[in-house]
Write a protein that binds this ligand. Sequence first.
Ligand SMILES: Nc1ncnc2c1ncn2[C@@H]1O[C@H](COP(=O)(O)OP(=O)(O)OP(=O)(O)O)[C@@H](O)[C@H]1O
Length: 586
Amino acid sequence: MAALALAVVVAAPHFLGIYLTNVMIRALFLGVLALTVDLVWGYTGILTFGQSAFYGIGAYACALVFTHWGFGPGWFAAALVIAIVSAALVAWLVGLLSFYHGASPLYSSIMTLALPIVLVQIIFAGGTFTGSSSGLSGFPTYYWSLATWFVIAGALLVVVAAFAWLFVRGDFGRILIAIRENEDRCAYLGIPVSRIKTGLFVVCGAIGAVAGFGYAAFTDVVAPELAGFLLGTESLIWVALGGRATLIGPILGAIGIDVTSSYLSGSLPFLWKFIVGVAFVVVIILLPNGIASLVTGAWRRYKRHGKDGAAAHMHRETVTLVPAKGRGLEENLAADTSPIRIEALTCRYGSLTVLDGIEVEGRRGELLSIVGPNGAGKTTLMRCISNGSERSGGEVTIGGETIGRKSPQKIVALGVGRSFQNTSLFDSLTVGDCLRLARYRIDGARYFERSDKVALPEPALDILKATGLDRQLGLETRYLSHGMKRGLELAMVLATEPRVLLLDEPTAGLTKAERTAIGSVLTRLVEDYGLCVFLIEHDLDFVREISSRIVVLHQGKMLLDGSVEEVVSSDLVKAVYSGQETEAPA
Ligand SMILES: Nc1ncnc2c1ncn2[C@@H]1O[C@H](COP(=O)(O)OP(=O)(O)OP(=O)(O)O)[C@@H](O)[C@H]1O
């Protein structure tokens, strides 16, 4: 396919009789830059203003080496390596500072905003070495014909687009979309979100640098604007107008706007900027997914034609579900350490103490229900177990290892699986994609392909069968019923092979039959696989039926930790639930 596209690029100018100009060749290099912005922002949701910095680094690496050190095939290769390595290093540093566990998305946007500004100041401060505000020009380069440069720039764009196409269709592309849609859920499935974002930023930075390098070698001129914030913002506009998370949209957006701007900005200097600004606002309001969505939307409607209901939203999914081999959930049966121990746990938000001195040990093969009135601190307890930075004091030990300040993703690796009070999935991904994602921690993901098998532990397969999800693998999760979503979330959590399962109101909103089904799955997990389940539930009949032990929380303190009979017959618990007891005992 890439070869065919390359042939088209080579032959197109001759067949179309296109009059090649510098502007068109520059637009092709900028198309590559737009693709990297699309991967970072469109697919992964990282709003970056600083992709131009990498373009500038590539351009200046070329200009500086050819101006100050030398020119020839060896120097060309050396300059290209310097461009790629410097851009990758800067991207890695920015990634480390922007995507650490707990950093808000706003923070990474500010970092990427600062990057081109800082880089331009460095260029200004470089004096004659960098050419300061005038840049560098007239350095030796390959003075090939416009047709040759057109082929080089076109080939670069085609190759990058072809790899990007394979990449976004593969397993890893789904992970990028999952991070954009629900970063928290990814982290609680054990997916190393920070590492993936940083890695993507490094690769896209390096590709941006190659494009900038090519542009500088072609034009023989570099200026600080190539690394500037304005180009960074313009590249966002190309992607937004063309169509985020489509590959053709950003390419057409970059080429279309850059070429038209070059022709029209001379004759309509102010009006043209105004037209682009108005077009941007109109497209964002009327077509939030860009102009390409007109085509993709029409294509989807065509595919759906004649189909009704869920079938209309079903994607072709060739994945096969198979039983997971290896250690699996069964390993819990042989474990000799306590799955979970909570000691003197406290959690404060400012002056508000939400949890105070919680001491609980969860044993293997035990279903421990956590009950208490609204606001007692049950969900906060789940948060403190599954995220090391949530608690203010005390310690949580999972399978003999303390969680310290570990991130959710690292705590999943210790063996904690968590489902949320409000079902937390990925709306635009299919059931099959969600299951692949859930296995990322154990089975990894393919970069340029979709894996055709997903290995799952037996109980997860049972849930999928019981809920009919195994026949809906190609359906986007937004079209699932509430009960199916709950079932899928539980199957995904089990796919991570936890030893401790934290379930926050898993039966809320389910029918009686669905509640019974979930109850029998939980009982099996505990009895046959030795899992330790922490269950938050308001349905006390359900709690009574399936629990081995109950912990009662009230106003952040432990009121009681005992058997079902002890809790049910406790006058104190009755008083708390009837509202007579308002103060937690000291
Ligand atoms: N991030 C936060 N900042 C401040 N207060 C918080 C925060 N998170 C929780 N709280 C407070 O902590 C208390 C316990 O909340 P939590 O959600 O843990 O209760 P819960 O027992 O799970 O309640 P419910 O049964 O209604 O879900 C509440 O008073 C809540 O307002």
